[in-house]
Design a protein. Structure first.
Length: 89
């Protein structure tokens, strides 16, 4: 990811409501299992993207995000940078 894209991601995350994934931040709470959330992820071209995803709890492997919309719909997502719960309308 370019420095400009990293800066854009940091700015979006700092706006609030985002939970970063990584070494320091914990995995999403079990309360989010099988719930739809919004994610920021790095696509295969190194570009930051957003989409909605379900946080899947799989008893046979680790938990993961599965995209529910956008170009990645249906894919198991890697490169997830941050997530946040969807706002209730």
């Amino acid at each position: 990811m370019t420095e400009e894209n990293k800066r854009r991601c940091r700015e979006e995350i700092e706006k609030g409501g985002w939970n970063k994934l990584g070494i320091i931040e914990p995995d999403p709470s079990p309360l989010l299992w099988d719930k739809e959330v919004e994610i920021i992820y790095e696509d295969m071209d190194g570009q930051p993207c957003k989409c909605n995803a379900i946080y899947v709890h799989d008893a046979f492997s680790s938990n993961y995000f599965r995209a529910t919309d956008g170009a990645a719909k249906g894919n198991r997502m890697c490169g997830v940078i941050a997530y946040r719960e969807l706002k209730e309308d």
